[in-house]
Design a protein around this ligand. Structure first.
Ligand SMILES: Nc1ncnc2c1ncn2[C@@H]1O[C@H](COP(=O)(O)OP(=O)(O)OP(=O)(O)O)[C@@H](O)[C@H]1O
Length: 343
């Protein structure tokens, strides 16, 4: 190779090196933000989610006080039980109390079909391993091992890891199922009998605690609460004043204070009119009316026909559900009267 050729091929190699180096530099610059460890990337999103969830919670002097009372019981190791009529705000309050404890939160919703297996865990399949010995071709030896796969239930996981457990509507589960909670609250262990596990129990983490919620016994589909369990809980009633309720409607549905007053007024008048239909006074129904009116740009005004219609749509079915009357025509008339009375 001539000297000239050698120089040009060296130059080409040097050029290539430089190009490679530049490409790498560019790549590392482009990926600079990603150079933060995965731990740096995820928490801001998580924090944002947490903030979003809690941003929706409307705080008043009354809710603050209730949260404080609940928190000091939990802090001292006692489980609490929030009781109140449907739509009173028990679940929202339980979630808020739990979020403030800075422990992971697990939520279980009671129902009559829930079993010990759902709470404790169970066998979710089989794993088999095969050992084939054909070292000597003519001899074929096979050994099969079958192992059952155990998946811990939500309760076991929460108790072992020290979560705050929200057991929502616990009195909808059968008392036999809820008996499990007696050992947890009294002996701080979860018994594993009947689970085919080698160990007899799982110890409960010191930070583990439970927030129970329930409706009063008059509600359909609710089992009587066992004395033994109730004895171990501190029961707090959730029954907000008109002021707190209107504040929740105002801020959550993003309406004016006087509009929140009109909406809650409709519900109060309706409850007056059909006293036997206990349960009509629900923050949930009030939020539905206010939100629909707000989103559909309907004026929250008893003179407005569309507003009356929204109230009838949301509430007529509820009047029938709570046995205030038996037909939609009658229920709609009752709701219309309740709206008129707020003028
Ligand atoms: N302080 C609050 N801030 C914001 N929203 C609230 C507040 N309290 C209650 N709510 C809202 O009111 C509605 C009813 O509340 P929630 O579901 O907690 O009632 P509940 O008593 O658990 O009802 P149920 O017994 O039927 O389950 C929900 O939409 C909830 O988000």
């Amino acid at each position: 190779m001539s000297a000239q050729n050698q120089t040009s091929s060296r130059r080409t190699a040097a050029q290539k090196n430089r190009e490679n180096l530049n490409r790498k530099r560019n790549q590392s610059q482009r990926s600079a933000p990603a150079a933060r460890g995965p731990q740096d990337q995820k928490p801001p999103e998580k924090k944002e989610e947490k903030k979003q969830g809690r941003k929706n919670y409307v705080e008043t002097e009354e809710t603050k006080r209730l949260i404080k009372r609940a928190d000091r019981c939990l802090m001292s190791g006692y489980p609490i039980h929030l009781t109140g009529r449907s739509g009173a705000g028990k679940t929202a309050l339980a979630l808020e109390i739990a979020a403030r404890r800075d422990r992971p939160v697990t939520v279980i919703t009671g129902n009559h079909e829930i079993t010990n297996e759902d709470l404790l865990g169970g066998i979710t399949g089989l794993t088999s391993t095969k050992l084939v010995d054909n070292f000597i071709r003519q001899v074929y030896k096979k050994e099969v091992n079958i192992k059952e796969n155990w998946t811990p239930g939500k309760l076991v996981e929460a108790a072992e890891k020290g979560h705050t457990l929200i057991y929502d509507e616990f009195s909808r589960s059968r008392p036999e199922t809820n008996n499990l909670f007696l050992s947890i609250l009294e002996e701080r262990v979860i018994p594993l009998y009947g689970t085919k596990q080698n160990k007899s129990h799982v110890p409960v983490h010191p930070e583990f605690n439970i927030i129970f919620t329930s409706n009063p016994i008059e509600y359909a589909g609710v089992f009587e609460k066992q004395d033994a369990l109730m004895d171990r809980l501190i029961t707090l009633e959730v029954a907000y004043t008109q002021r707190t309720t209107e504040s929740i409607i105002q801020h959550k549905a993003d309406v004016k204070q006087k509009e929140a007053k009109v909406v809650w007024g409709v519900l109060k008048n309706l409850q007056e009119e059909v006293k036997e239909a206990e349960g009509l006074l629900s923050i949930r129904s009030a939020l539905m009316i206010a939100t629909i009116a707000q989103k559909a740009e309907i004026s929250i005004n008893p003179e407005d026909e569309e507003f009356t219609q929204v109230c009838q749509d949301v509430l007529s079915g509820e009047v029938i559900r709570f046995e205030g009357t038996d037909t939609f025509a009658k229920a709609s008339r009752l709701v219309k009267n309740a709206v008129q009375k707020t003028k």
